[in-house]
Design a protein around this ligand. Sequence first.
Ligand SMILES: [Mg+2]
Length: 321
Amino acid sequence: MDTRILIVDDDDTIRYLMKEFIETVGYRADTAEDAKAALAALDAETFEVVITDIMMPGMDGLELTEVIKTHHDVEVIVMTGYSGDYSYEEAIDKGASDFVFKPVRFEELLLRLRRVLRERRMKKELRNLAITDGLTRLYNSRHFYQQLELEAERSNRHENPLSLVLMDIDYFKQYNDRHGHLEGDKVLSSLGDAIRAGLRKTDSAYRYGGEEFTVLLPETIGDEALNAAQRIKSAIESKAFHPENGEPTHITVSVGVTQYQEGERSREFVKRADKAMFLSKKRGRNRVTFLSPDDPENEEGFCAASSPIESDQGIDAPEDP
Ligand SMILES: [Mg+2]
């Protein structure tokens, strides 16, 4: 993928020379003649770095930097003359990643640009590591709670529906006991793939606990979420696993689905999905249950209420084969 750089300067010659230089060294460069054009470009397309002049008619480069850092995920390098009224500290304070003096020495700019890009990638990798479950490559539970709050807030603000799918692997403890944890890990990893394959662009999936997964479905009503859950359940069921010391085997999940109610606490929302999942267990597993807040079963105070959800262990565990 191209690394895209946006050059912002009111001087035509500088814009032209910089664009040529940036493209010579292998990046893709676009230009904007003022802050307004720069912000329009950032709204329309994705850039990794903005290199901006400070002295420009209209909004100056420092103010532009501040606006960019508030609204866009992009690095900023600012350029200014030695005699300028602006300091390195001011630029960094507005959120700039680096600072170069005019007239710009291209070799120096290139060094700084490469460093900024390197640090940006490292930051992204670290962030991804911090929110990803290593085994399933789904998001982890910490990220789930963050996104849950965000999506609930968004749903309240825009009155958009929001649904939640919560699933738990059936008899996973028995699988682990029989085939060992390495085989169990293979199942978890494979389920991660199956869940990911069933998602739409706006959905996000999480390893919620040991053998529990959640999917957040923004702008989705309960019925649609129910369909999505059925699809994921079937995809999982149709996968054959080949544990080293056993027969080819299939894994099933018990699934709960619910829709967010305007204004409710996210904890209640998760609790209801948890109850729905528990009902699927109770009704024989390998099924999907939808639970709405006014459902009498939602009022029943059975024991699965608190988070983290109760797993298969302990729920009328099956006889040993
Ligand atoms: Mg200027």
